[in-house]
Structure formats: C-alpha cells, structure tokens
Design a protein around this ligand. Structure first.
Ligand SMILES: [Zn+2]
Length: 261
C-alpha cells in the first residue's frame, strides 16, 4: 500500500467480513472515503477470489485467505486449495480454534487444520494472521508457539488474564471490537494490554453497530471507548492504533523482534 500521512492517521479495522455484504461496491466506497485500512477476512478458500478482486481496486482493502474453525467439519477438504492462495496475499484469516463444540473429533480436526496453516505460513516469514480463539485461547497460543516469524492478531480475545500474558509473550497483537468494549471482561483485558499491541476491529456483519451490521467506519466508536479506558484523547488513540498497524506491517520482521511484555 502507498504510504502517506493521510493513511497513517486513518482508522484501522483489523477484522471485517467484506464478502458477507451484498453491497460490496458501496461498502468499499465507504471504507475508502473514511480511510479505514481494513483486513478483509474470509471463511473458506473457495470464497477468497471475490475479496481479492475488490482489493485490487483499493489500497484500503487487504484481502485475507482463511478457513474458519467452525467450518472445518464441512469445508476442511478445502485446506489444500488454500496453499496456492497464500502466494496471492500476505494476510491470512479467519483461522483458529473454536471450542464451543464439545465434540472431540471436531476439535482435533480444527487443531490439525490450524497447525498446518500456521506451519505453512511460517515458511513465508511475513504472513499476518487474524486468529479466532473462542474458549480455546491456551491451545491457540500453544499452536502458534514462541517462534512464529510473521505477525499474529488475536481477534475478539476473550481468554483469561493468564492466556493474555501468554499471547503477549508470543508477540501477539489484539484486535478489540464493539462487543469487547461493552463487556466488563473485555474492558478488563483491554486495560491489561500494553498499548502498543492494541488494534481495532468490527467483525461485521457478526457484530451490530447502531442497529445494523457493523462496517469498518464503526471502529470510530471502538476508538472512543478505548480512549476512555486509556484516559487520552480520541485523536491520540487513533494515532496509537495507526502506529501499531504500521508496526504490524513492518516488512523486516526478523530483524525487529517484539520485546516480550
Ligand atoms: Zn470474524
């Protein structure tokens, strides 16, 4: 993406399901006019092309190829078709583990898929992963391990304080959305996160904002909530998040390891 002063003080939506909106062109125009750098996650390799196609028309839409853990049971066979798509983008998601299911085979299949994806991404060195970790934070962090050479964003994190510490030690970023800043657990996790690891997200359309499915511009309300927790202005919060996004995308990752928290 072309770097400019105007981008670096814009907004960031680090986890948005662009392909699930029917009015793609309108959503994209809104993203560009509000200057929201948006990681557009997808839930299966077979639907990635739609997002990839739109991303070619705007530097604000960063297309991510994914295989959602809740779809592993039905779409797990698509895993092999993900590998060539990794050459088309630096961004990977939505991937991870979801332990809402108590089915042991399903959980094991999810771990198999997620481990393969992390392993494959590690061979590139610069892949940015947006990771789902509902009720599975400890296992997600164990799969990522301490030496993943790219970047990991734990999206809508809801683990324990101990899991948070482990995620920080593993160098993870955290994308905070509208639901997190409305829950007491989410707010207490946010207060415990070092400010240089915090990003914003919407997770639209799975999250509502103002009575409709959230769109990237709605991260403005998350910025407002984070500013209150940090006790700084919204402008300062926005700049911090924007700087964090720049550091997430810093190309020479290997020579710039994150200090452990
Ligand atoms: Zn999502």
């Amino acid at each position: 993406m072309r770097k400019s002063d105007s981008d670096s003080d814009g907004l960031v939506d680090a986890h948005f399901h662009f392909d699930l909106f029917k009015d793609s062109a309108e959503v994209l125009a809104e993203i560009a006019s509000r200057r929201v750098r948006t990681i557009a996650v997808t839930n299966a390799p077979s639907v990635f092309h739609h997002t990839l196609k739109f991303s070619r028309t705007s530097p604000y839409l960063l297309p991510a190829v994914g295989l959602h853990p809740e779809l592993v049971a039905t779409h797990g066979r698509e895993l092999d078709s993900m590998w060539p798509l990794l050459d088309q983008t630096r961004f990977v998601g939505e991937v991870g583990l979801d332990y809402v299911t108590s089915d042991r085979e399903n959980r094991a299949a999810q771990r198999g898929v997620f481990s393969s994806i992390v392993e494959r991404c590690a061979t590139y060195g610069d892949k940015v992963l947006s990771v789902h970790s509902r009720r599975s934070a400890a296992d997600v962090i164990a799969v990522i391990g301490g030496n993943y050479p790219g970047r990991v964003i734990l999206h809508w994190f809801s683990g324990s304080r101990r899991d948070l510490d482990r995620g920080l030690e593993a160098g993870c970023f955290f994308s905070v959305g509208p639901a997190m800043v409305k829950s007491s657990n989410g707010l207490s996790l946010l207060s415990a996160m070092p400010r240089d690891r915090v990003l914003t997200e919407t997770d639209g359309p799975f999250v509502q904002s103002g009575g409709r499915p959230a769109r990237p511009g709605d991260v403005a309300s998350v910025v407002e909530a984070i500013a209150q927790v940090w006790n700084v202005s919204q402008d300062e919060t926005k700049s911090t998040i924007s700087r964090n996004f720049e550091s997430l995308l810093a190309t020479d990752l290997r020579s710039r390891p994150l200090a452990t928290a």
